[in-house]
Ligand binder design. Sequence first.
Ligand code: BT5
Length: 324
Amino acid sequence: KVPIKQGVWKRLLEMDGEPISGQKLAEELGVSRTAIWKAVQTLQSEGFEIDSVKKSGYAIHAKPAFLTLEEMQQYRTSEQIGKYIHLYPSLTSTQVIAHEKAQHGALHGTVIVSEEQTAGRGRLQRKWDSGAGKGLWMTIILRPDIHVSRAPQLTLIAAVAVVKGIEDVTGVQAQIKWPNDVLINGKKCTGILTELQADVDRVQAVLLGIGINVLHDKEDFPEELKDIATSLKMESGEAVNRAKLAATIWNYLEKYSDLYLEQGFEPIRLLWESYSTSIGQQIIARTAREVIEGRAKGITKDGVLLVEDSTGKIHEIYSADIEL
Ligand code: BT5
């Protein structure tokens, strides 16, 4: 059953600024006029500009610039991912809140989204720049029943879902740089951070952090990122709808993680390789222990990167920074 607020919101948007009476809304949604009035008040308090015109009814004038639950739910077709959304104006990091929620039993598919992160993080204590209102900063809690050793594959599944989502919503073709970067024209527009809560060797929760630069202009990035980062707006020339992007990624993520649980990693591996920038390229991989130079040959059925050095030796790389 559609919540009243969401139903009202959807009808007002469909009316495109023309008024619709409270009576009509009440009849259509099968609720009282008071319930409609309350829903309108809540929407107004959330930033929607809704006029109530005597006799003729309610009319919507503008959508808020910020993310709303209604709009994200509108585009969602996935069953579980995004069913429960926690939306915040500002947080230290969506990962931190996701850890807390997961520990307290948050269900599979719960999403934490924030307009801003004051301490957004990357891998290895690195920082993730997360300016207010510019990006899509979210963590998705997944509870697949898998061995911990398979968890890194979820990063690769997420990367495929992000590339597909970006393609659907903006028409822009992004590429994946192993393991966790999504690039457009060689610049980073998305980072993915996968963290785990595990019980001996079974996964309890996967906290899939996805940060996408959406509405940034070049000057919105700090100096050190200006030449290496990009946004969907910079690449597509359009102000991309973040709510639609979020929901589209959830839809794909559900589709591909279901596929993965049913058929294993192979179908994902093929998709992933088709979007990869690194495969076939000469790369430098910096792991915690060594630096390996060679040609990226592909990823294994476990998602491990294979690099062939100049002597013909094949290295299996589990975790590294890659330079193209
Ligand atoms: C990543 O780390 O790329 C993973 C980033 C994950 C961010 C999401 S946002 C939602 C969730 N909540 C969090 O707190 N985190 C996740 P890594 O591969 O370590 O790359 C980090 C490096 O990317 C930094 O050292 C910078 O060089 C660069 N960087 C930082 N912010 C960036 C941005 N907004 N766009 C592009 N590059 C950035």
